[in-house]
Design a protein around this ligand. Structure first.
Ligand SMILES: [Cu+2]
Ligand SMILES: [Zn+2]
Length: 195
């Protein structure tokens, strides 16, 4: 399920600086400069898209994940319930298709740069979907926050565009070593990132 939130920031640009200099030169020139001064108001839209995570593989893992694109970065904020306490892997998988009962319809890890699976930021390489692990508390609840400039929402660059992909939470822990997906076990929660 998709929830769309829009908010706007107002950016004011003031053009036509440098009038002091012109004043010294001549009054006539100053008048021209004043005419050239205008205030341009530009609306910058900040868009947040949010999705409900649905339980998979007979789990009770539900939650919500939202993505906001701002200043060339994507901020992901997620919250989950119904997890087993302890560590779980979370990844972006390659297809926004949660139709199968075990979540395998989302395909493998999203890997637009054809690198090995790994830990985010590792010099040996990593998938652009390799978000990593997070910890659920003793009640089975967890929150995840992740920010990167290597993603975008619906931009032209297919090495960055996460729209059309899926978010998957796993029962197990990503070991960052096993290929091609870190041996994180069953897929227990899923959503498609759809614009
Ligand atoms: Cu995964
Ligand atoms: Zn991976």
């Amino acid at each position: 399920m998709k929830i769309l939130r829009m908010s706007s920031l107002s950016l004011f640009l003031i053009l036509g600086l440098g009038c002091k200099e012109a004043k010294k030169e001549a009054g006539e020139a100053m008048e021209e400069m004043e005419e050239a001064v205008e205030v341009v108001k530009e609306e910058v839209m900040v868009e947040t898209i949010a999705f409900k995570m649905e339980p998979k593989s007979d789990s009770n893992v539900a939650g919500e994940v939202e993505f906001t694109e701002k200043d060339g970065k994507v901020i992901m904020k997620a919250s989950f319930s119904g997890l087993t306490p302890g560590e779980h892997a979370i990844h972006i998988h390659e297809k926004a298709d949660c139709s199968s009962a075990d979540g395998t319809s989302t395909g493998g890890h999203w890997n637009p740069t054809s690198e090995p699976h790994g830990k985010w930021g590792a010099s040996e390489g990593y998938h652009r979907g390799d978000i990593g692990n997070f910890t659920a508390d003793s009640e089975g609840n967890a929150t995840v926050e992740f920010t990167t400039d290597l993603w975008c929402l619906s931009c032209e660059d297919e090495t960055k565009n996460i729209t059309g992909k899926a978010v998957i939470v796993h029962q197990g822990v990503d070991d960052f070593v096993s290929q091609p997906s870190g041996a994180a076990g069953a897929r227990v929660s899923c959503t498609g990132i759809i614009k």
